[in-house]
Design a protein around this ligand. Sequence first.
Ligand code: ZN
Length: 272
Amino acid sequence: MSMTVPSSFKPSGGLIQPNIEQPTTRASLALLNGIPAQPKRTTAAKQPRTWSFIDSRDGERMTVTCLPGCQSNHGSDQDKQIHPSDVWCQIRSEDVHVPVNTGKVEDFRLLSVTLNQIPFSSRYAERLPHANVEVIDDHFIENLDPDALQQVINVARDRVAQMETAHSQLVELRNAAMGRTPTRPAPGTFGPEISLTAPGAQGSIVNAALYSTESDPLDTGAPLARIAVWANHGADAELDVAGADQFLADLEKLATQVRSLRNQLAAIEVAR
Ligand SMILES: [Zn+2]
């Protein structure tokens, strides 16, 4: 891992300060709520700015057209003598902080993404719009093209899926530790049903529920509980982009719910 900003590098007009709130405020909110309050998103300017500066090497006037949506404050560089490679356009994402115990509990930014362009950089990758992902405060994966950013997203998504699995397992483990029996439906009945709908579809696309079979007096090894999964025929949909976004969000929610059913089933089988 490396820093985004080499110590010799002075960005144009200074980077936008990452910490909008006072750390003490965030820390005390974290203590109250478990999760620190997040700063509000700042709206990016829509129109690219065009401005100029004087090249400190030869006195030539240079014109810059900002990265559309650029949030860098170039005011202190405009019409001033600066080195061209000090021009740095940046679009920031909303910061999210998590409390980390480093001997004391401190708030660290997690997975913030900036879009950057350093139009006169000596490094070609920096002259093109590129993403920098801050894994955790001051530790970056830099100069990502769209494919590389997608890889980082995929790794993070896998991590989140595993955290969701750990969450359902934790719920079951805590239930077991506190002497609560797993929530098994009465024999011959279904537990609460979960379902996936698609925008515009007549009825749900996929349904699932924990199902408990009739009692098994002969102990033949027949299953006592299963997850029933079924579809509603004819429940189809044609999605526009917004519909696809909604469907993807619902799919991810369904995956979490099915994982929870799976862990309930595993806990029931362990308890047999
Ligand atoms: Zn800019």
